[in-house]
Design a protein around this ligand. Structure first.
Ligand code: GLU
Length: 257
């Protein structure tokens, strides 16, 4: 049994127009609930607050200014937790909300409070759901993107595995929009410049990070010995394959000390 941090982004949780992608969210919750039933400890790092807020407030797009983003996140975070609570409850699981900023993780006293709460929630059998506290976290004190937040949570939460769900199947040898022969790289044993170059530029426009933030997150986690897998969030059942040691998505191998 292992402790798994799963990071899911807006591109998986919402349709391009902002509405919730019910199929993706339901499938994700079903697989995570089943993994919990199998004895794994699950920590979910979920984006989607701003995206859901945009949909719920009926805005034409993601606000450009900081207060607009913060207001959208405040609305969307409720929606997100309401949906997770309802769906996880159907499988008899209890969730908990933790909202963090970069500052909370840098300051030892706050980080200790976070760790104590997280570990107690896991002991109680709950599924913690984390996001950045977007109301408070403006540039200077934010982690900035949830890929990095996922990696930090994996490190401080002493996870065995970090799974980053993306809108593509894994790290590809080339930009699939330009090269139809681009294929997935199944295993990365060392993250060097040649790997970083593959990240190219982000094509998503709903979330915050692109492939580069995922690679940075993987680097942070593997440096702490945590294997990291990038998978397509549209196929959460692939997480079963990951846990069975099958080759799916891209696995970055954690450095053994
Ligand atoms: N915290 C932001 C949200 O929930 C997302 C940050 C990210 O996508 O990396 O909308």
């Amino acid at each position: 049994m292992s402790r798994i941090v799963v990071k899911v982004g807006t591109s998986t949780l919402a349709h391009p127009g902002g509405g919730m992608n019910i199929r993706h969210v339901e499938n994700l919750v079903k697989v995570l609930s089943d993994l919990r039933n199998a004895g794994h400890e699950i920590i979910l790092v979920s984006s989607g607050a701003i995206g859901m807020g945009v949909g719920k407030l009926g805005l034409s797009g993601k606000p450009e200014d900081m207060p607009g983003k913060q207001a959208a996140a405040a609305v969307g975070q409720c929606e997100l937790m309401y949906v997770y609570d309802r769906l996880f409850s159907e499988y008899n699981h209890t969730i908990a909300q933790i909202l963090l900023t970069g500052d909370d993780l840098e300051r030892e006293d706050r980080r200790t409070n976070f760790e104590n709460t997280l570990f107690r929630l896991l002991e109680y059998g709950a599924i913690p759901v984390l996001n950045e506290n977007d109301t408070i976290a403006t540039a200077e004190i934010s982690v900035g993107d949830n890929d990095t937040l996922g990696a930090l949570v994996a490190v401080y939460g002493k996870a065995d595995l970090l799974i980053v769900l993306s809108d593509i199947d894994g790290l590809l040898t080339d930009d699939p929009h330009r090269n139809p022969d681009a294929r997935i790289i199944p295993l990365v044993e060392a993250i060097d410049d040649s790997i970083r170059r593959l990240a190219g530029e982000s094509h998503g426009h709903q979330g915050t990070g692109g492939m580069i933030t995922k690679i940075n997150a993987a680097e942070l986690a593997v440096n702490h010995g945590i294997d990291t897998v990038i998978l397509n969030g549209a196929k959460p059942q692939l997480m079963y394959d990951v846990l069975e040691g099958k080759s799916v998505g891209t696995r970055f191998v954690g450095k053994r000390k």
